[in-house]
Design a protein around this ligand. Structure first.
Ligand code: PEP
Ligand code: MN
Length: 346
């Protein structure tokens, strides 16, 4: 339910509504619009609540939200959410490119990649320090040492950094170093983890579960918003289908659909979506043309030597080509790249 406050309501009237919600065990999530203040009500809403609230001073009316997800719906907030990561914007009518290695392997690997990403116009650096691997015998990441290297790369390049958090036990250490906390596909419905990550207050990049419907995914995002964290970036990374010729099946439908259903920004991950580096550029162009607010891409100085996901990792050269062509598509649909390409120096 949404409580629409009257134009010119007083602070006392607003506080009165928030107090009343608390008394009946509900939480109020205000959004200040250009003309009206609206309070999203979260919790189990009883049938007479709307009538009760409408008798309170300062309340214009109440509206029930029909979708099962509330705070992330367009009904609740018609205007697009722009996530601001220390000045780097996602969802501001721009295409924001997050790029970096699948896993952080060494200082040299990460630093050369960070410089290449910056030089080719990327806005943010990615890199896994805690890696979810299908086999326990695969390389599982440098853990805190990897996080320290990410912080060093941010220091040198000025790029904000995004990395995955896999467990509740490591939320604190990952949040200490990262600017954006990534929830991977395997944890996309780990609801306690989603809540722990939410309460750090850091922006969260929420990947779609490989078997999640759009509804499951938006309800997972709702767990984060319901804990008071509105800085959620959705990420389409492909789903499991009967098709085995590619690693996953990129759901291009999800981009414009989610844009209709939700105000949250959405980025696409064609690296995991395809599993093949030579498909990453064409699929990226399609996802941007369909309305994605950005891309998250895997890139490696020497993909054939990568300790994880080499087959889907771009070289610096192929990243350069992708960035150039992505800018052309962005301009064709009236957007611009979040960071115009800097001089190629790396
Ligand atoms: C990753 O980004 O490296 C990753 C493991 O992604 P996903 O959770 O989408 O598989
Ligand atoms: Mn990967």
């Amino acid at each position: 339910m949404m409580v629409v406050m009257k134009a010119g309501h007083t602070k006392e009237e607003f506080d009165g509504v928030m107090r009343r919600l608390e008394e009946v065990g509900l939480s109020g999530h205000p959004i200040e619009g250009a003309e009206r203040t609206v309070i999203g009500v979260v919790g189990i809403v009883y049938p007479e609540l709307g009538d009760d609230l409408e008798t309170m001073p300062g309340v214009e009316n109440t509206v029930r939200i029909s979708s099962p997800y509330k705070l992330c719906s367009r009904e609740f907030k018609p205007a697009d959410t722009v996530v601001d990561i220390n000045g780097t914007l996602i969802g501001a009518g721009t295409v924001t490119v997050i790029a970096g290695p699948c896993a952080i392997e060494s200082e040299e690997q990460l630093m050369t990649t960070a410089r290449a990403v910056k030089a080719r116009g990327g806005s943010m650096l990615r890199g896994g320090a805690f890696k979810p691997r299908t086999s326990p015998y695969s390389f599982r990441g440098l853990e805190e040492q990897g996080l320290k290297l990410l912080a060093q790369a941010r220091e040198e390049t000025g790029l904000p950094v995004c990395t995955e958090v896999m467990s509740e036990a490591t939320v604190e250490v990952v949040a200490k170093y990262a600017d954006v906390l990534q929830i991977g596909t395997r944890n996309a419905q780990n609801f306690f983890l989603l809540e722990e990550v939410a309460i750090t207050g850091k922006p969260v990049l929420l990947k779609r579960g490989m078997s999640s419907s759009v509804m499951d995914w938006l309800l997972a995002a709702e767990y984060i918003l319901a804990k008071g964290n509105r800085n959620v970036i959705l990420c389409e990374r492909g789903i499991r289908t009967f098709e085995t010729a590619t690693r996953n099946t990129m759901d291009i439908n999800a981009i414009p659909l989610v844009k209709e259903l939700s105000h949250l920004p959405i980025v696409a991950d064609p690296s995991h979506g395809t599993g093949k580096w030579h498909l990453v550029e064409p699929v990226s162009l399609g996802m941007v043309a369909a309305g994605a607010d950005g891309l998250i891409l895997e890139v490696h100085p020497s993909p054939e030597h990568a300790l994880s996901d080499g087959a889907q990792s771009l070289t610096f050269e192929s990243l350069g080509s992708l960035m150039e062509h992505t800018a052309t598509i962005a301009h064709a649909i009236g957007k611009r790249m979040e960071r115009e390409a800097a001089q190629v120096t790396a």
